[in-house]
Design a protein around this ligand. Structure first.
Ligand SMILES: C[S@@+](CC[C@H](N)C(=O)[O-])C[C@H]1O[C@@H](n2cnc3c(N)ncnc32)[C@H](O)[C@@H]1O
Length: 532
């Protein structure tokens, strides 16, 4: 098979692949359940990723669901080889990474419950695009969910002039680093040359320049500078999907389906439309959408779009929302402010405030609804009343359901049907996740079991993480790190001036170790240590 596959441009410059949490089968199942479907059970599901790159996305999934089956294919032999070597180093038995063309896939395959293609649909020729939909149509199990991401209009109508100027300017440059540098130089030159009377043009080029500056070079090369980068209107995409017997389930990012970014008038107007596809398309027009991550299912699946709080009772929930006050009042109806980096909100209902505080204490670990409800009743001191008043108990359940639904829509909390195993408190003998170890040793981003991508740039944290092999105690970790600091191997850890005495130095390092272990644990990168 390998001999028949043509070389890929991703062989020359690999894509900066990483985890994509919105593609996790657990998330796809969550979205299906939210919209009234019964998704295939996760523990034994079959998952296919088309254009899987080096398998960074699939490896943590396969490790978290050892009884499930995972297949990933990619045209780039180089990327697949990297993934295969990690699969074998980690002794993963349930993930098959194949060097294969999407055009050749599917002849003798069993159905898959979850099919993922992230960053592929808009970037491949028409026949491959068509084949992607055919595979979803033919190989998706009857209750399965497919995830396809793609660039969209109208957003790309504004981006295309900048893409065109970059491609024109670099058309004869073969070296990829020079191409990216010259592409950026071109946009910089144009942005600074546009006369002030061309305000709209100038604003657009400047906005694009800001976006492009934030992109990793290899991403820019394979996205904006790629030969094929074909955006679609949402209505075109769903029409093509329907021709393959597939219907729109939802956007993978539930928040993207909410109208919270629109004015009350616009929201009211959109709500009057009784056609979901038209409403979705109008929202794209209003927000100038440039990218979608769409979930599809078979046309006969009985989607129920009535979202109600009781649905929340099947999920696990987690939230990073923190209370502004160090001593919030969780027992009386007084307002407390909660925030993430993006949002601030005021809550006053005691049970709801207690639930948010409890979720933060456990974050990123998700809590089952019942566990959270019980703990919030206790923390808000409403349990006694709830026990003696069934109606009040029901109201309180509903309050929590409403909080979770609204918080999910606002993007300040996560709902899940499953979560991988990791240790929030790593214990006396911390043990780093094996995949993270491989990646940190190779000086690459670590993809966590939650599919976040973390770079360990800072030497102290990096060295400490690698020492956490499950056999060194916390005290031994402090000793080892203190010795390294004392030997001058970590100069940034030493205060200015004379070197502190050994006891002071050890105490200083001990504090840093505790802080770093806690941070690594919050990345979900410690695993339960079976030996200790
Ligand atoms: C933009 S990258 C996305 C990689 C990965 N899904 C991610 O998001 O990190 C597109 C991937 O699709 C692969 N690809 C492109 N055409 C393909 C084809 N015909 N068959 C299989 N893989 C293909 C490329 O090799 C590349 O790894």
């Amino acid at each position: 098979m390998t001999d028949a596959v043509q070389p890929s441009e991703y062989d020359q410059v690999p894509y900066p692949c990483g985890g994509q949490e919105q593609t996790h089968p657990a998330h796809l199942a969550t979205m299906a359940a939210l919209f009234g479907l019964t998704p295939p059970p996760l523990a034994t599901c079959r998952v296919l990723e088309l254009g899987c790159g080096n398998g960074s996305n699939l490896i943590p999934m396969a490790r978290a669901l050892p009884q499930a089956t995972f297949v990933g294919i990619d045209l780039s032999e180089r990327q697949i080889r990297v993934g295969q070597s990690e699969v074998s180093a980690l002794q993963i038995q349930n993930l098959d990474l194949r060097h294969q063309n999407i055009l050749d896939f599917g002849k003798a395959e069993q159905p898959f419950d979850y099919i993922i293609a992230h960053g592929v649909y808009s970037w491949v020729p028409d026949p491959v695009r068509k084949r992607l939909l055919e595979i979803c149509s033919r190989l998706l199990s009857s209750d399965g969910i497919a995830y396809l991401s793609y660039n969209t209009y109208p957003g790309w109508h504004l981006r295309n002039p900048i893409r065109d100027m970059m491609r024109f300017h670099t058309q004869h440059i073969a070296d990829s680093k020079r191409r990216v540098a010259q592409a950026m130089a071109m946009v910089n030159f144009v942005a600074s040359s546009i006369p002030s009377h061309l305000q709209v043009h100038r604003k657009n080029v400047e906005t694009e320049l800001t976006r492009l500056r934030e992109l990793p070079a290899d991403y820019l090369l394979h996205d904006d500078l790629a030969e094929i980068n074909q955006p679609f209107y949402f209505h075109e995409f769903v029409t093509d999907a329907a021709a393959h017997g597939l219907q729109f389930l939802a956007e993978a990012d539930f928040r993207a389906m909410q109208d919270s970014r629109l004015s009350a008038e616009s929201r009211a107007m959109l709500r009057q439309l009784d056609d979901l596809h038209i409403m979705e398309q109008y929202r794209d027009f209003i927000l100038n959408a440039a990218f979608r991550q769409t979930l599809l299912c078979h046309h006969d699946q009985p989607i129920d779009r009535r979202l109600h709080p009781a649905l929340m009772e099947q999920f696990l929930a987690s939230s990073p929302l923190r209370c502004k006050s160090a001593t919030p009042n969780l027992t009386e109806s007084v307002e407390e402010e909660f925030e993430t980096n993006a949002i601030t909100l005021s809550l006053s209902e005691p049970l709801v405030k207690a639930a948010v505080v409890i979720m933060k204490e456990h974050h990123p670990q998700a809590l089952p609804f019942e566990v959270l409800f019980e703990a919030a009743l206790v923390r808000s001191q409403t349990k006694q009343r709830a026990l003696s008043d069934p109606r009040y108990l029901q109201d309180q359940r509903r309050e929590l359901g409403e909080l979770l639904l609204a918080g999910y829509g606002a993007g300040v909390l996560k709902l899940q049907l499953f979560q991988p195993t990791f240790c929030l408190v790593p214990g006396e003998y911390p043990q780093l996740d094996g995949f993270a170890r491989l990646r940190i040793e190779a000086n690459q981003e670590a993809t966590t079991p939650l599919l976040d991508n973390i770079r360990f740039d800072e030497p102290f944290g990096r060295q400490l993480a690698l020492l956490c092999n499950g056999r060194r105690s916390r005290s031994e970790l402090v000793t080892e790190m203190t010795e390294r600091v004392a030997r001058g191997e970590l100069p940034k850890e030493l205060p200015e001036g004379p070197i502190p005495d050994p006891e002071t130095l050890r105490n200083m390092v001990a504090e840093r170790v505790t802080e770093c272990l806690d941070r690594i644990a919050r990345y979900a990168l410690f695993v339960p240590n079976e030996k200790h």
